[in-house]
Design a protein around this ligand. Sequence first.
Ligand code: OXD
Ligand code: MN
Length: 618
Amino acid sequence: MIQNKPSFEKNVERHSLRKKNGSKSLDQILLFGQNVPSNKSLKEWVQQVALLTLPDCVFWCDGSEEEKEYLNERAVAQGVLIKLDQKKWPGCYYHHSNPNDVARVEQKTFICSERKEEAGPTNNWAEPQEMYSKLEEILRGSMKGRTLYVITYLMGPIGSSMTRVGVEITDSIYVVLNMRIMTRMGKVAWNHLGDSSNFNRGIHALLDCNPERRFICHFPQDNTIISVGSGYGGNVLLGKKCLALRIGSDLGRREGWLAEHMLLLCLEDPQGKKTYVAAAFPSSCGKTNFAMMIPPANFEGWKVTTIGDDIAWMRPGEDGRLYAINPEAGYFGVVPGTNESSNWNAMSMIKKDTIFTNVARTPDGDLWWEGKDNAPPLGLIDWKGDLWDPLSAEKAAHPNSRFTAPMKNNSALAEEVYWPEGVPISAIIFGGRRANTMPLVFQAFDWIHGVYMGATAGSEMTAAAAGGLGQVRRDPMAMLPFCGYNMGKYFDRWLQMQYQIKELPSIFHVNWFRKDDEGNFLWPGFGENMRVLQWIVERCQGSASALETPIGWMPSYEDMNMDGIAGGMTAERFAALQKIDPAEWKQELILQEEFFMKLYPDVPKELISQRELLISRL
Ligand code: OXD
Ligand code: MN
């Protein structure tokens, strides 16, 4: 039932007529869409951008169901989306991206703060006026013949004091349909904004998807983002990495809170006691799986529910605890490897209302990807749109192929995700993908030591970003690609938290990816990670013991619940998982020092002395 579809169509038709009749009044094009908000500064800004980009039509997205149906049909008609078999995949669509545009581009991502030092040595910096001028030339007339969509959206739950309004102007219908899943969008955001001019201004233009003209630029002092030349989610769903992390972290610096690349989960024990946990892992290291984990069968009475899978905003609460919200409303998750046993909740969630990007499909509208757990069907069409040769070394689905799914379809969704003030965090976990050196789990001695553990975390690079796959790089707090200001100052922000919070969360480090000498994973991962989570929660509650080691508190084999663990676990194998190898740690400390040298002179002295203390303990 598309009640209002005719009125959208009439709007577009009326517009075309006006164009034929030579009427170019911007006031008139601004009327397109079902409704238009009354906010004057918003309208003026959209008008300015329309005058620069010269679209055929301006479409104000109101976030309604009717609008979604209309836009889905339009996207199919334009060949941007392919409708999947609606019996197998109700409400699901498919999108192929340009093969040159499948991941975030860190080398083309800029923080255009007033001074280079504000962006710091880990970010690309460009002088703001120069970058604005360059982008203005790129944007001039760039939307001719296209529709300019105005997406007004919220990052954060309705009614939360932490929630921010963003407006993304885009000429990509794919972006509109993804943003409606990832954020609370349309009228709800107009109502939140009211007459205020305090909103993030984001402009996205697809252009011709030429990597040479691809720039993802942030202007923190103006609360502005401009992204051109890409259609990949991480570069163009501006609420996510750009606003919620890069601009968000800078807002946190000014206002005394933290925007983090963290999942949020609620762990309920058999007595019904709930513990809230935040965990930072670099991209494609299993945050979504961890946030949706199902405890092993013998963990009767334990329950994990998801608050967020990628981003957390954390601020001191009035009661002296650290409170966190998930600013998003959907998941933009990596598909390959997702199956009923690795992530049952995600599998059932993506069966409806999901946009799939760059997985493989069959000619009759079904889907397949590596790790889906069934043999590839015949006649598979790969992520580039070509017939896939099962004998070729090429993957049928791109390793960074994605689903975009609304969080309300997650059967493990925590009710707390809607709480305006968020949840009080008891444990913070840092982790990465490390084949060696890093034990399965250890706990920081105190807050400063924990900040040091996060600040020095490293991980092997994955397909989520273009670049050297598999190389270990320092990725402090999993924020290397997302911190919108000087990393040393960001460490300071973390340290400052100890004066803002009375009940500081305990901090842990985990590594699910340690391998033996033959290259086999030592830990089964997935739902079995619950065993580590249980120890962490019991440490927070003061009921689990630990051994003091040079790198932190560690569980002994007996401290862990290993009953019924998949594949079995012996004390020797656990010792290999937890081993502190002096040669590996020597190398680790050298790499940490190199990283600190890069950040010189902004590394807080507290962290330098933590490193010295660690050396002396080792
Ligand atoms: C993501 C990423 O898409 O971190 O979440 O790249
Ligand atoms: Mn992420």
